[in-house]
Design a binder for this molecule. Sequence first.
Ligand SMILES: Cc1cc2nc3c(=O)[nH]c(=O)nc-3n(C[C@H](O)[C@H](O)[C@H](O)COP(=O)(O)O)c2cc1C
Length: 236
Amino acid sequence: MRIIWAITGAGHLIKESIDVLEKISEEHEITIITSKAGEEVLQLYGYTNTINNIITKNKNNQLIKDEDQQYSYPFSGKITEYKYDLIIIAPATANTTAKIVHGIADTLITNVAAQSGKGRIPLLIIPVDQKEGLLQTQIPPYIDKKLCKKHDPCYANRYCPEDAIHPPKIDATKCTSCKKCEKKCPENAIITDKIIEIYIRKIDADNAKHLNNIENITTLEKPEEILEKIRKMEKN
Ligand SMILES: Cc1cc2nc3c(=O)[nH]c(=O)nc-3n(C[C@H](O)[C@H](O)[C@H](O)COP(=O)(O)O)c2cc1C
């Protein structure tokens, strides 16, 4: 099958989404598209190399970034012409979800979502904000300012291949979450696996529910459910 996999700027479910993307790239032709925030979040959580590896698996695979498109998003106009069988948005931020629900198409991913309806291509979406209430999610590495003694030079930065650690901050534009700095700070000020609790707003959970009212869209709770959906599509 020819599949478009869209990645938005959500840290939540990013690991689970990339795990499934890797699996399906063994058997299917994949075009990965990223939002501007998606591109940043992939780097922040350390998935840039994984994405590049997936692209090299098949000569027809490609990576299309929002920032490389023009205002009219020419790629979205080509999705029916190139005969994609399936489009997946995983993970889908609250922002992209809200735009799709309200028919807004002003980014690469929201344009592809709109065109998928016009071309009657099935669209699977994994919205991250599904149920109002508290949610636990992992955040990228950071420096605990209370523990950091601002050693100059910084001990942990010696192990950083990107020269990203400049106490009291980690440069988010450089850090790739490789975790080579883990436990290298004598003060244990570098935190690499922090789980935080956030509150999912009612408006975002409601938007996620409304996605299913759009003709060609199916929402799934977990990225792993995509595998079963693809198996069913292949049988039919
Ligand atoms: C580290 C990090 C993690 C984020 N995780 C989420 C998330 O899980 N869900 C979400 O809705 N937004 C998240 N955001 C915020 C989005 O990236 C932001 O709203 C962005 O404008 C979304 O753009 P997009 O929908 O075009 O990708 C995160 C931002 C950062 C910096």
